[in-house]
Write a protein that binds this ligand. Structure first.
Ligand code: SF4
Ligand code: SF4
Length: 460
């Protein structure tokens, strides 16, 4: 096997026995790298800052699993809001199917946390401590000595600090950042469960971002498999232009004048974080990170050839055909829009105030002989799902019924409240010992909540 080709029977990241071969991609510069760096830092800052943003005293995203309460941009959802969650998940599914069928593995290259954190932070640490790709390769093969021990120890120490920070920010989305800050000031034994959880996730992240890396994309990522199902010949891919590049330099028996543009420098292979040779065609391992585009464009400029030997394109364009999206793509787009529309519509119709009127007391009514009036006692069980304070007033749509509600008007704010009320009325308004009246619990121009209440009393 020449040093200009990769083994055909196995991945470059495994040896003949199937053991892991750790690859150290070389650094690359170029417009795609610049764009990705900007996107990556934006996403990292968003992830770190978002849980610290509070609107109206509430964390902008808080997923309180034990309480089954989820605050998302000022809206509160509860465990029983499952249908909204289903629409949301379906929306994500159709969105990703649409994006992947048009733009290919853009998620892997530009937004996957695995790519974002490894490329921006973990490789930066590695580069600062162990040097650029070829130096790291050399260190990998070098015997264990003091220098290697110090470098490896420093690298893993920094990895651990960074991983802990990432995990703490993640936990902040579930516990609340203010509460988490308080918890971190206490002894770990005070919140042992959370502490063990934090250590476990840190260990998983260290393993994945620090060591496992491209192996996760190649053998474990379910989204990678999903994408290969959704993509077709019209999806955007990163591809080597075989017609233009071949026969590449150093191909035996070819007249130098008949050579293609590929100078067989192997730069595209050396920068690839999954260790593949894009010149062998579209491969499952390609995460569309664009490293090879920048690397090859740089070489093309040096040898004074047009750039774009490796570029974003589609299989149909490579074959010289016109790009035409299949009906599947339009279907994904339509399903995404329909799902989001349904979700928005359901949310706009969602009642933020839920009230149950429960009859209370040992007997269904009390008869006041002196006043010749009947009293019914009820409990109002109210659940209000909005962090904005609301004042509830109570009144009846019935004559001759007196409402005794000492706690009303009542201020309520994203909570559950029980309140006792009494209804007093002359027994003459009843027919066969009962009468149904209406009670207005919340009234404003947009939203009016009315409940039927059955009055009970003695049968004449
Ligand atoms: S082949 Fe190119 S785009 Fe694909 S993973 Fe390797 S460097 Fe990234
Ligand atoms: S970087 Fe470009 S020129 Fe160099 S081997 Fe890859 S495809 Fe050929």
């Amino acid at each position: 096997m020449s040093k200009y080709s990769l083994p055909e029977d196995r991945l470059q990241t495994t040896d003949e026995k199937g053991n892991r071969v750790y690859i150290h991609p070389h650094d690359v510069k170029g417009p795609w790298k610049n764009l990705r760096t900007k996107v990556y830092w934006f996403l990292i800052l968003l992830y770190l800052v978002l849980p610290w943003i509070y609107i109206g005293g509430k964390q902008v995203i808080l997923l309180d699993l034990p309480a089954r309460e989820f605050y998302i941009f000022g809206k509160t959802f509860y465990g029983h809001d499952g249908p909204f969650l289903i629409f949301l998940l379906l929306g994500f599914l159709f969105f990703f199917a649409f994006v992947t069928s048009v733009w290919g593995r853009v998620w892997c290259g530009f937004a996957c946390p695995q790519t974002v954190f490894i490329d921006t932070i973990y490789r930066f640490i590695e580069r600062k401590i162990e040097g650029v790709g070829p130096k790291r390769d050399k260190l990998e093969r070098a015997p264990w000595n003091l220098e290697k021990i110090v470098k490896r120890f420093s690298k893993w120490l920094l990895y651990t600090i960074v991983s802990m920070h990432i995990v703490h920010s993640g936990i902040g989305y579930f516990v609340g950042t203010h509460k988490l800050l308080y918890i971190t000031m206490q002894s770990p034994t005070t919140n042992l469960y959370l502490f063990v959880l934090m250590l476990t996730i840190t260990a998983i992240i260290l393993f994945d971002f620090g060591w496992f890396r491209e192996q996760f994309c190649i053998i474990a990522c379910p989204y990678g498999r999903f994408q290969s199902l959704v993509m077709d010949e019209n999806s955007l891919i990163i591809s080597y232009d075989k017609k233009r590049g071949e026969p590449r330099k150093r191909t035996k028996g070819i007249d130098p004048n008949d050579l293609g543009d590929c100078v067989n420098c192997n730069r595209c292979v050396n920068v690839c974080p999954t260790g593949i040779d894009i010149r062998e065609g579209l491969q499952m391992e390609c995460i569309a990170c664009t490293m090879c585009i920048d690397a090859c464009d740089d070489i093309m400029k040096k040898v004074k050839k047009p750039t774009g030997l490796i570029r974003y394109t589609t299989e149909t364009q490579i074959d010289g055909k016109k790009k035409k999206y299949s009906p599947r793509v339009y279907l994904y787009g339509a399903l995404f829009i329909a799902t989001i529309f349904t979700l928005m519509f359901s949310l706009s119709k969602r009642q933020e105030l839920k009230v149950q009127v429960i009859r209370e007391g040992k007997s269904p009514y009390q008869y006041l002989v002196t006043e010749k009036k009947v009293i019914n006692r009820f409990s109002l069980r109210m659940r209000y799902m909005n962090p904005k304070k609301e004042t509830l007033s109570l009144h009846l749509l019935a004559d001759n019924v007196e409402l005794i509600a000492p706690e009303f008007p009542l201020e309520i704010e994203n909570e559950n409240i029980n309140s006792n009320i009494f209804l007093k009325f002359p027994k003459s308004i009843l027919k066969n010992g009962k009468k149904v009246i209406q009670m207005v619990i919340k009234e404003d121009r947009k939203d009016r909540l009315i409940k039927d209440v059955t009055l009970l009393g003695p049968i004449e």
